[in-house]
Design a protein around this ligand. Structure first.
Ligand SMILES: CC(=O)CC(=O)SCCNC(=O)CCNC(=O)[C@H](O)C(C)(C)COP(=O)(O)OP(=O)(O)OC[C@H]1O[C@@H](n2cnc3c(N)ncnc32)[C@H](O)[C@@H]1OP(=O)(O)O
Length: 703
């Protein structure tokens, strides 16, 4: 950003901001609380200021959520946020009840529960290439959830138990989610492309009663038999006393795979028999803070963190984002491209809270062509399409112009997340790609908060770059990143720094599963600055527009094509299978000229072992098998020294910055700052590869 911070180009603004739910909410707050809020920023400042409990109380009222009980206090605002204060203590509610039913009145004092319209379509399931289109009405959905919940109960599953799925974004997966949560249990999901080791690292920690797994997967035109994976899961879970078995979901409805020889496994059809056809859905309301969902995040060390999200915290946050920021309504049709392994899967489920229809797509969006995928937007009259910068980049690269190819008259918004949306992509979106009226919503937040830190709002324009602004009720600040310990310091708008949250918010995770002392949880967010959540992103607030620009990760998290994972996922494979490797370093490279992040893995060999092409192939193969194809590093190089702190902790950030072409001043805490010099050549990786090619041609073995 130039030093004078000129206003960036304006690309979009709402045609009638006064008609929006956010504007109406603000007028209501003015009336009820004697305020005089006029702009989004004034509303935001109130929502995170001294009277933030008033904001959250109004938000709960406006949410239409179904809940019982009464609270005496919204939250104790004097409690530090790292004590994870309790919100709306005394209320009881259920995530599935709120998805499957609606409240009869917007007045919470007379609210009763009603069915969402029985005959209306709730879900549409579409398979790769816009094939196998199926619809499910709210009435049928509730009945199927009722049957599965009764089958789970009959098999002894109860409140607090976990049920996991390893499956596609199907009706079946959605129904498992609702069924386990309806009876007060916890849901968790992984996608089928994940290697068994990765899946087991999660399951062995959370100890689910049942794991629902698809019998087949279809991706990129390939059909994959998942029965070997099922066998490995059963075997891997054999020591877990809570684990009762695997239930297979038919990927091809009506044609379940033959399970002959697969132990402790039953088909979904067989499992449901325990319900004896009982469709009655009994809902167990849980405390506001009780968890309903476990999601995962891996860092630079250890097994994945099992992040537990609270029922009430997520529901009130979803209501805030969906109603106020996003304008999701009963007539909305939402298509969110995601696997069940990303937090965006929750986005494809939570839109149903508002009575809208969710389209569940399974497969590659490029098979057989991006046009086939985009044709869904036209055919299904999609109003809100969620995708990624990587997908938009592919459209741009292939010269695909959605607005000339399809009728996009129903489309109100396109949201993108996962990685930085470049300025040229913003311009392409409005100049070439999509109709001018469509709201481009670039959002950022994630798994840790099951929500956003930065996102769209309908009261302000969209400018080139970044996200429109902060999220109501979540106190976002930018802290000086040069402060390495002690209390942080907010820096003025326009300067880059660390994304932090400085006040508690309802959708803070409640704990990590299995982290009895809470130490891992505290270490994940609160050690950088005391009593402040540090998210790990470098950001910058535009001083005139208030846009939030995301500049990259402040830690070692990898993010190729918007798919996030930790370097520990890679290190553990190397440590387990390659005794010839003494140590390794895995970082993401993204230079100004790159459209995407490339993962680079550096291996330091033990004395007496050679770094060979064969080793590179083996390493890539093992990572693919144990993690997934998406984890495979683009480059594997040899190194002679790995930078560490004096306490011998690997330090990835300077290497990541150097290979991304940045000139850095090494921190004083490095034990071997001279090691960094070697990595400078990889900022010009093409030259390194060319040299390797020449060496190979001349019979020299430099790799
Ligand atoms: C609010 C927040 O802030 C929340 C978040 O960040 S959530 C995260 C958001 N992230 C995203 O949305 C990610 C966006 N990216 C994408 O969707 C994908 O990159 C993409 C679909 C655009 C392209 O995918 P890709 O991984 O780059 O390439 P793709 O070809 O699909 O897959 C790579 C490999 O994995 C394999 N694969 C992927 N899924 C598979 C599956 N389910 N089964 C088997 N194999 C699979 C592919 O076959 C391919 O293998 P080969 O290399 O052998 O051909």
């Amino acid at each position: 950003m130039p030093s004078q911070h000129p206003a960036p180009r304006k690309l979009w603004q709402h045609s009638n901001p006064n008609s929006t739910a956010m504007w109406k909410f603000m007028q209501n707050a003015n009336l009820k609380r004697g305020l005089n809020l006029e702009t989004f920023r004034e509303l935001y400042d109130w929502s995170v200021g001294d009277k933030r409990t008033d904001f959250w109380e109004d938000m709960l009222d406006a949410s239409g959520l179904i809940y019982g009980g009464r609270y005496t206090e919204v939250v104790d605002t004097s409690a530090p946020m790292d004590s994870i204060p309790r919100w709306f203590q005394g209320t009881h509610l259920n995530f599935a009840e709120n998805i499957l039913y609606s409240a009869s009145s917007s007045d919470p004092s007379v609210r009763t529960t009603e069915h969402k319209e029985d005959a209306k379509i709730a879900l549409t399931e579409i398979r790769e290439g816009n094939t196998e289109v199926r619809h499910l009405t709210w009435g049928e959905l509730r009945r199927r959830v009722g049957v599965l919940a009764n089958a789970l109960r009959a098999r002894g599953v109860k409140k607090g138990d976990r049920v996991a799925v390893v499956a596609s974004t199907s009706f079946d997966t959605f129904i498992v989610f609702m069924a386990i949560v309806s009876l007060g249990g916890l849901f968790t999901s992984s996608s089928t492309d994940m290697g068994t080791k990765g899946i087991l690292e999660r399951l062995l920690q959370i100890k689910p009663a049942y794991v629902f797994v698809d019998d087949w997967a279809v991706y990129n035109g390939k059909t994959i038999d998942l029965r070997p994976k099922i066998q490995e899961i059963v075997q891997g879970m054999s020591s877990v006393s809570e684990f009762k078995g695997v239930v297979t979901q038919p990927r091809f409805p009506g044609k379940p795979a033959d399970l002959d020889g697969v132990p402790r496994t039953v088909t979904l059809e067989g499992f449901l028999k325990a319900a004896h056809g009982n469709e009655e859905l009994k809902i167990e309301r849980v405390a506001f803070r009780d968890p309903f969902l476990i999601v995962y995040s891996s860092g630079t060390t250890g097994v994945p963190k099992c992040i537990c999200h609270s029922t009430g915290g997520v529901l009130v946050s979803v209501a805030k984002e969906g109603l106020l920021h996003r304008e999701i309504r009963p007539d909305s049709v939402v298509l969110q491209y995601t696997t069940t392994g990303w937090i965006m899967y929750l986005a494809s489920v939570q839109c149903c809270l508002f009575g809208s229809r969710s389209i569940l797509y399974d497969g590659s969006p490029f098979q057989p062509s991006p046009q086939a995928f985009l044709s869904i937007v036209q055919e299904q009259r999609v109003t809100d399409f969620g995708t990624s910068p990587r997908f938009l980049h592919e459209l741009q690269k292939r010269g695909i112009i959605p607005r000339s190819l399809f009728d996009l008259s129903a489309l109100r918004s396109v949201s993108t997340t996962g990685m930085v949306l470049s300025e040229s992509q913003f311009e392409w979106f409005y100049d070439t790609g999509f109709p001018a009226a469509v709201h481009l919503r670039n959002i950022s937040g994630g798994t840790d908060l099951a929500g956003c830190f930065a996102l769209e709002n309908p009261l302000e324009p969209v400018y080139v770059g970044g996200c429109q602004g902060p999220c109501l009720g979540t106190k976002l600040e930018v802290y000086d990143s040069l402060i390495e310990s002690g209390p942080g310091r907010a820096i003025p708008h326009g300067e880059p720094g660390e994304l932090v949250a400085t006040a508690s918010f309802p959708n803070q995770p409640v704990f990590f599963w299995g982290d009895e002392t809470g130490e891992r949880y505290q270490n994940a967010y609160y050690t950088r600055f005391p009593h402040v959540w540090t998210h790990g992103d470098f950001i910058q607030m535009h001083p005139t527009t208030g846009q939030i620009l995301f500049l990259g990760r402040a830690d070692g998290v990898l993010n190729p094509s918007g798919v996030r994972f930790g370097s520990s996922d890679i290190y553990s494979v190397i440590e387990a299978h390659f005794p010839e490797v003494a140590d390794s370093m895995c970082v993401g490279q993204r230079r100004p000229q790159d459209d995407d992040e490339s993962v680079m893995l550096f291996l330091k060999m033990n004395d007496g072992y050679e770094f060979t092409e064969e080793l590179i192939a083996k390493v890539k193969g093992k990572i693919s098998e144990e993690r997934s194809r998406r984890h495979v590093p683009k480059y594997v190089f040899q190194t002679w020294d790995i930078p560490t702190t004096v306490n011998l902790k690997k330090v990835e950030l300077p290497v990541k910055q150097i290979v991304s072409g940045k000139i850095i001043k090494p921190s004083g805490t490095l034990a071997n700052p001279e090691s960094l010099k070697y990595y400078e050549q990889f900022a010009r990786v093409e030259e390194v590869l060319e040299q390797k090619r020449k060496d190979k041609a001349q019979g020299r073995s430099r790799l």
